[in-house]
Design a protein around this ligand. Structure first.
Ligand SMILES: Cc1cc2nc3c(=O)[nH]c(=O)nc-3n(C[C@H](O)[C@H](O)[C@H](O)COP(=O)(O)O)c2cc1C
Length: 215
């Protein structure tokens, strides 16, 4: 069978896009992207995902304020000198932009996952709330990232809402059976898409026994 070269271009070109225009995202385009998300695999095809989309300015403002407070409580001041051109400095500047413009982005997508105990937790140790089914939610999230890229939308995966998850659940009436796994600001990017920087699989792959690289 022939390779689909466009897939390999796309998958290597899905950077976290943290600078987004405020221009609205058409509803049918959003649904196209989310329908790519739900093509993901899940255990027993349980499809344990649900989506909450925040578009109203009061809701986005609420989220943005809590997000900023969460980042500052964990990392302090993110400001970086504009002269430092290292990848870390560039990422910090992008994170700071995202944090201070969150309320202006057209939509914040919260991907929620049904709670489900992992097999390895024995029955008698299942106390309190199970974690959301991360193993199924992340393939769905990756499909959404790829689909956004394919239709020219920028998106970034964020998880800092975990710091204020209780308030988030309460404000948006998310039922207890679900956990909020990822928040993705989505919109048209201000800048250009570009290639990701990753270690090649050859440097991370062992054959037959840990430590044996391909010779
Ligand atoms: C589990 C997980 C959590 C992440 N959390 C955040 C986050 O809270 N905020 C953010 O801006 N990016 C977050 N990211 C995105 C990564 O920072 C990003 O993918 C990585 O730095 C590589 O950058 P690139 O995708 O632009 O190449 C997260 C990614 C993963 C997989």
């Amino acid at each position: 069978m022939e390779d689909n070269p466009r897939f390999f271009d796309l998958v290597g070109n899905v950077r976290a896009m943290r600078r987004l225009k405020p221009d609205p995202v058409p509803r049918d385009l959003l649904m196209k992207v989310l329908n790519a998300g739900v093509q993901a695999p899940s255990g027993m095809n349980s499809q344990p995902w649900s989506f909450l989309v925040l578009e109203k300015s009061g809701d986005k403002q609420w989220f943005a304020e809590h997000y900023k407070a969460a980042i500052e409580s964990r990392f302090g001041d993110l400001s970086m000198s504009g002269e430092d051109d290292s990848p870390v400095a560039r990422q910090l500047r992008a994170l700071q932009y995202q944090m201070t413009h969150m309320q202006e982005f057209p939509l914040l997508l919260i991907v929620c996952g049904l709670r489900d105990w992992p097999f390895k937790v024995p029955q008698d140790e299942r106390v309190g709330l199970a974690p959301p089914n991360y193993g199924a939610i992340y393939p769905c999230v990756q499909n959404i990232l790829l689909a956004c890229r394919a239709v020219g939308l920028g998106a970034a995966l964020t998880t800092m809402h975990q710091v204020f998850e209780e308030e988030l659940m309460e404000r948006f009436q998310i039922p207890r059976e679900y956990g909020a796994v990822v928040t993705m600001p989505i919109g048209y990017p201000t800048g250009r898409f570009g290639p990701v920087r990753r270690h090649p699989a050859e440097s991370l792959t062992y054959f037959d026994c840990w430590g044996n690289t391909a010779s």
